[in-house]
Design a protein around this ligand. Structure first.
Ligand SMILES: Nc1ncnc2c1ncn2[C@@H]1O[C@H](COP(=O)(O)OP(=O)(O)OP(=O)(O)O)[C@@H](O)[C@H]1O
Ligand SMILES: [Mg+2]
Length: 358
């Protein structure tokens, strides 16, 4: 069953079109992320789902309940929506203990004390804070404070959790650990999550599906692997993971084999590509899909070599274009070495398409 269905959601602030006809749905037990650069409208979508903003157009269902419909004049207030929310700044109250913070939503509902105590125990246990019930937030680490916020969102047993950049105030190591914890919690509790982030590694690591946004629009929805391997356009190709771009021209196409001419050196290479692009194009290649070779490929020169522990990253020049190549530590090339570059896998995009990054 769909836990959330958003259809043609549009939100204007005066002249600013913050969200432009966004549609998506979230399944039971799904971790779904809205991913995109700052200002693309992610938080606005989340706030509309939460009922903190009123959409300009569109409909929103939570479960089977219509919570927003501009055409039918429906706008269910936030406190009546079965949601739990966590923001970037945790918003835990410093003068309340962990237990008081987490139990607060139930106290507001005037629930019986014994029942609150039972639910509190479950919520604290779920986030691993059982031992910290009597501490104050100032006596907790950033990650622990964040878990207080998550427990407080969970205690009402919402239909869905809405999380807006909840990890961005944590240091890198803790952020990585919390990714696993959140994901694990979500699977254990069997609760769907609508997650907002501008951090593509975070979205890729945690999500079942990702919706990539730009300028208020959803450009692609898919599982992380699919979005990584088959980006719908040049913007997504550049935004998700590392990507090299080479200016080129399509010379010929036969079956799935495409013959290309590189602009930077005039050399030719062939790749397999099932697309339809002819003429001027942009070849997008991931660093791991380029290989340095002593004999075969396009001529190049090693400009820099960076040892990354488990692999080596080379910066190589092909004519006047600079590319990143990731390789195992087995072969070792030196700065200044003249070599050849093979393209193991690449994707062609139309040059100067409307989705161009520039
Ligand atoms: N209350 C408001 N009044 C006017 N414009 C707003 C308001 N809230 C958001 N906007 C604009 O709407 C657009 C989308 O904002 P939103 O907060 O949804 O972006 P975001 O994707 O969450 O960005 P970030 O990653 O920086 O949090 C931005 O251009 C923003 O300036
Ligand atoms: Mg935001």
């Amino acid at each position: 069953m769909e836990k959330i269905r958003v259809t043609d959601l549009t939100k204007r602030y005066g002249r600013v079109l913050a969200v432009d006809s966004a549609s998506f749905s979230i399944q039971e037990n799904e971790f779904f992320s809205l991913l995109g650069p700052s200002g693309c409208g992610k938080s606005t979508v989340l706030r509309c789902v939460a009922g903190l903003e009123e959409p300009t157009a569109g409909t929103i269902y939570i479960g089977e309940t219509l919570v927003n419909s501009t055409s039918e004049g429906v706008n269910v207030p936030t406190e009546q929506r079965p949601i739990g929310m966590v923001f970037q700044n945790y918003a835990v109250w410093p003068h309340m203990t962990v237990a008081e913070n987490v139990a607060y939503p139930l106290k507001l509902k005037k629930m019986a004390r014994a029942q609150i105590r039972k639910k509190l125990e479950v919520a604290l246990h779920a986030v691993g804070l059982g031992r910290f019930a009597d501490r104050y937030p100032s006596q907790l680490s950033g990650g622990e404070q964040q878990r207080v916020a998550v427990a407080r969102a969970l205690i009402k047993e919402p239909e869905i959790l809405l999380l807006d950049e909840p990890l961005s105030n944590l240091d890198a190591k803790l952020r990585e650990q919390m990714r696993f914890e959140l994901k694990d919690l979500q699977k254990r509790m069997g609760i769907p999550i609508l997650y907002v982030t501008h951090d593509q590694t975070e979205a890729i690591a945690m999500s079942d599906r990702v919706a990539v946004m730009k300028d208020g629009r959803i450009l692609q929805i898919g599982n992380p692997l699919d979005v990584y391997e088959n980006p719908a356009n040049e913007f997504i190709a550049d935004f998700i993971g590392l990507m090299n771009f080479l200016q080129c021209k399509v010379l010929s196409r036969q079956d799935h084999k495409v013959e290309l001419e590189l602009h930077s050196t005039g050399e030719r290479l062939s790749i397999s590509d099932a697309g339809v692009i002819e003429g001027e194009a942009l070849l997008a290649v991931r660093p791991e899909n380029l290989a340095l070779d002593k004999e075969l490929g396009v001529s190049c020169a090693v400009r820099a070599r960076i040892f990354l522990g488990n692999m080596v990253e080379y910066k190589v020049s092909v004519g006047d274009e600079l590319l990143r190549v990731q390789a195992t530590t087995e072969q070792d090339y030196k700065e200044g070495e003249k070599l050849f570059l093979r393209v193991k896998k690449g994707t062609l995009f139309r040059r100067n398409s409307p989705e161009s990054i520039a």
